[in-house]
Design a protein around this ligand. Structure first.
Ligand SMILES: *[C@@H]1O[C@H](CO)[C@@H](O)[C@H](O)[C@H]1NC(C)=O
Ligand SMILES: *[C@@H]1O[C@H](CO)[C@@H](O)[C@H](O)[C@H]1NC(C)=O
Length: 355
């Protein structure tokens, strides 16, 4: 279940398509389809056909805030990961890999048709974010080598649903950072993409036998959690652009036994190379748009740099449905928002989805 320990993130954005200069040709990437991240004009045309739509051709804003640049970098970093994931998933289904076979041809055709559109739409999100960076004279983000902890269709959909949930929370942070930086044109484009991701998520949920709409107000997140989560799907040392993204990478946090819809203790493991667990630590939960919930953490055992611990998951008191982001924090707060949780985080995000 380690996909619950970290899932990935962000989604595409900015437009700039027509006005932006063509990104420098970084060359093709052997793991990615359609000439990504730098498709030729004819490849781009094919991507747009499969995406059922085009890159925005409204003019880009004349300037951008520094936080806005970080937003675009994280979005490109995330979108390239998603492109790798969906392209591998389509390949597994197309090649009838064990675990990816369908009993009905109709079901298989529909799933492939839907996933082809999602892949192309994610490709345009990635291209759009990188075009935005190039427009502002910033080096575009290059893809990594990726590996995914799934070996059948059902677990691939659970993973897609988990990282899409984290994206839906992280894009809230992206919009807020654009707003703070007065990057209002870009804020509008993110709003367009958030709806798009929500459409995908409704379908992933229905495939798991869940109702399509998860919560009245989707759980929020912080860019730094997304940045760490994406890295759990990359081969260490394979990301050429990692040092250009000014975000923090936390220690890993794995929820070893995910909770159900009731109050219970949960067990988890986390990286603690500096033995910070020799002092009191807390497990802090972000759920919906509510104040973060803080529970004391009890160390069960330590093995080298990894600590196994327990904490209460107070489902009933707080109606913790949908996505919950867990983080091992160095203080008990009180925390006013996801940003301050991230600021005091040692390990995370641990991703829990109930109902
Ligand atoms: C595709 O199948 C291979 C072989 O089972 C597996 O290792 C990989 O994680 C799968 N990828 C996806 C995205 O389902
Ligand atoms: C989390 O799970 C992954 C995959 O099972 C494992 O490689 C990693 O060592 C675990 N990390 C911690 C801190 O438990």
């Amino acid at each position: 279940m380690h996909f619950l320990a970290a899932a990935a993130v962000l989604l595409g954005v900015a437009s700039f398509a027509s006005a932006a200069p063509t990104p420098p040709r970084l060359g093709r990437h052997k793991g990615l389809p359609d000439g990504m991240p730098n498709p030729s004009p004819s490849e781009l045309e094919q991507i747009q056909l499969r995406a059922h739509g085009a890159l925005p051709n409204t003019p880009p804003p004349p300037s951008i805030s520094n936080e806005g640049i970080t937003n675009l970098k994280l979005i490109a970093f995330n979108e390239l990961f998603e492109v790798a994931f969906f392209s591998e998933l389509i390949a597994n289904i197309s090649k009838n890999v064990e675990g990816y076979r369908f009993s009905s041809a109709d079901g298989r055709d529909f799933v492939l048709e839907a996933l082809q559109a999602i892949l192309a739409q994610e490709e345009l999100h990635a291209i759009s974010a990188n075009n935005g960076l190039v427009h502002f004279n910033v080096k575009p983000i290059e893809p990594c080598q990726y590996r995914f902890p799934v070996h059948n269709f059902d677990s691939a959909i659970v993973l897609a649903s988990t990282f899409t949930d984290l994206v839906l929370g992280t894009l809230q942070d992206v919009v807020e950072r654009f707003a703070i930086g007065r990057d209002f044109d870009l804020a509008r484009e993110i709003a367009s993409v958030i709806g798009q991701e929500g459409e995908q998520q409704g379908w992933y949920r229905v495939m798991q036998g869940k109702i399509p709409s998860e919560l009245p107000f989707l759980t929020t997140s912080d860019l730094n959690f997304a940045f760490t989560a994406i890295q759990s799907f990359t081969v260490p040392g394979s990301c050429p652009s990692l040092d250009e993204i000014p975000l923090r990478t936390f220690e890993p946090l794995n929820i070893t036994a995910p909770p159900g819809p009731h109050t219970q203790n949960i067990r988890f493991s986390f990286g603690d190379p500096n033995h910070e667990a020799d002092h009191q630590l807390w497990l802090t939960y972000i759920n919906q748009l509510n104040l973060p919930i803080v529970e004391p953490l009890r160390v069960v055992t330590r093995k080298g740099d990894t600590v196994i611990a327990e904490a209460l998951f107070p489902y009933e008191e707080h109606e913790m449905n949908g996505l919950t982001i867990a983080a091992v924090t160095r203080t008990k707060g009180p925390f006013g928002n996801a940003y301050t949780v991230a600021k005091w985080t040692l390990a995370g995000p641990g991703l829990i989805i109930v109902n």
